[in-house]
Design a protein around this ligand. Structure first.
Ligand SMILES: [Zn+2]
Length: 80
């Protein structure tokens, strides 16, 4: 499979890609296949930075520095 690098400025949820931080070589324990995993430095809308695995960005597993999970949704709590 081809590895398509992410571009600076690509947005995933609240995260904006800044630069490639580092790569890791992952060897599947049973299949013995090698895979390069790219980690990107991203900046969140709240201003914090986070290093995120490219796969997580692409698949939508990580869409913020963590602030999205804790963010309260005022629209859900509404008195009738
Ligand atoms: Zn954030």
């Amino acid at each position: 499979m081809k590895q398509i690098p992410l571009n600076t400025g690509d947005r995933f949820g609240k995260l904006t890609v800044v630069t490639l931080d580092h790569t890791d070589l992952y060897i599947h324990p049973t299949a013995q296949t090698k895979q390069t995993i790219e980690y990107y430095l991203c900046i969140c809308d709240c201003g914090r930075t986070r290093i995120v695995c490219k796969d997580h960005l692409k698949k939508g597993k990580t869409r913020s520095c963590g602030c999205l999970v804790h963010a309260k949704r005022p629209n859900l709590k509404r008195h009738a």
